[in-house]
Design a protein around this ligand. Structure first.
Ligand code: MG
Length: 349
């Protein structure tokens, strides 16, 4: 079934896609339906705003990404940025550029993903725009959130002797992308109608197609009374994000290869592709885990925390940023690729 978007028109489409949306947050005073949404944040909060623009063919490939997953992910990556400031996401606006290739049903699928993400994270859709596009699909999401006054965590607060921590595990989303790219090529080359076999690699696909934002970690830190000194989410790879924190905080760091958290499936897939798994964890993007630093006084509390790993410490700026390998060698961290251990050139994110 395919309904042309023209049959509904722009306003009809927005009305159709946003039908039944109920506002959940106190700060969402008025949502869709007027010239602007009305938000009212209490004075003991600071307001966070982040935005993300995704272009078909640049940021996503619809040959293997289902529209519902794309919608979910587009919303969640914005939530992740708000959590990375130690905040809580409250509202989003969704703007779409849609080419004639897409039907009303396609946009329903995309919106179903966005709405599911909003439901799971307690976020309100308060506005947006749609327009026709000549070059495929464009998705722009802006997210607003709040954080208690004085509690926002920036990238520039890491201090010498702080501990470097990371949530979850790294490199799996990048391995998921490799897997999908590999299947895409295989399917294109093959004459028969074969189904890709992803058995045993479900986790990698999930990490690539349906990432989650680490609300749970931000809550746990709050409950434990830990205020990170610096924090960001890992969207471009651990190396590059660590360098952001160290540059902005004017410090150096040492992280240890043996402490970088990896999933078993990530290691197996890296081996299959003849890639160095540490390189994948350092440079593969889209993990949406949290990278943060805490004062050394919080060592005990943070080391007891489930889902958090201590991977190193902050140093004087003169010492630079380096990885200590399992055999004790020191390598300077680079934003793009970590050459000495790269198995193939494919290791680049
Ligand atoms: Mg970020």
């Amino acid at each position: 079934m395919r309904t042309e978007i023209a049959t509904l028109g722009e306003f009809g489409l927005i009305r159709h896609l946003t039908e039944g949306i109920e506002l959940k947050n106190e700060s969402s005073r008025y949502g869709i339906g007027d010239d602007a949404a009305v938000l009212s944040y209490s004075t003991d909060k600071e307001v966070l705003v982040t935005t993300d623009l995704l272009m078909e063919g640049v940021h996503f490939d619809l040959t293997y990404v289902p529209l519902k997953h794309l919608g979910y992910k587009s919303a969640v990556v914005n939530f992740s940025d708000i959590y990375a400031m130690n905040g809580t996401p409250r509202q989003i606006t969704v703007s779409l550029g849609i080419s004639k290739r897409f039907s009303v049903e396609d946009m329903e699928a995309l919106y179903a993903g966005i709405r599911l993400a909003c439901e799971e994270y307690g976020v309100d859709i308060v506005g947006g725009d749609t327009t026709s596009s000549l070059t495929g699909l464009t998705i722009s999401i802006t997210c607003m959130g709040d954080v208690e006054k004085g509690k926002a965590v920036y990238r520039n607060g890491a201090k010498e002797t702080d501990l470097v921590c990371v949530s979850g595990d790294l490199g799996a989303a990048y391995m998921g992308l490799q897997l999908l790219e590999r299947e895409k090529v295989a399917l294109k080359d093959s004459q028969e109608d074969i189904q890709p076999d992803f058995a045993g690699k479900e986790y990698l696909l999930e990490r690539q197609l349906k990432p989650e934002a680490r609300r749970d970690i931000v809550e746990k830190l709050r409950q434990a009374g830990i205020q990170p000194t610096a924090m960001m989410d890992i969207s471009d790879g651990l190396s590059s994000e660590l360098l952001h924190i160290c540059t902005q905080s004017k410090v150096g760091c040492r992280i240890y290869e043996e402490h970088i958290p990896l999933d078993y499936q990530t290691a197996v897939m890296a081996e299959e592709l003849n890639m160095n798994v540490t390189t994948c964890a350092l440079n593969g993007g889209e993990d949406y885990e949290l990278l943060f630093t805490v004062p050394i006084a919080d060592h005990e509390k943070v080391s007891e925390m489930e889902g958090v790993k201590l991977i190193g410490h902050i140093t004087k700026p003169e010492l630079g940023c380096a990885l200590i390998t399992r055999d004790g060698q020191e390598f300077e961290l680079k934003a793009q690729g970590w050459n000495p251990l790269r198995g193939t050139d494919n290791g680049q994110a």
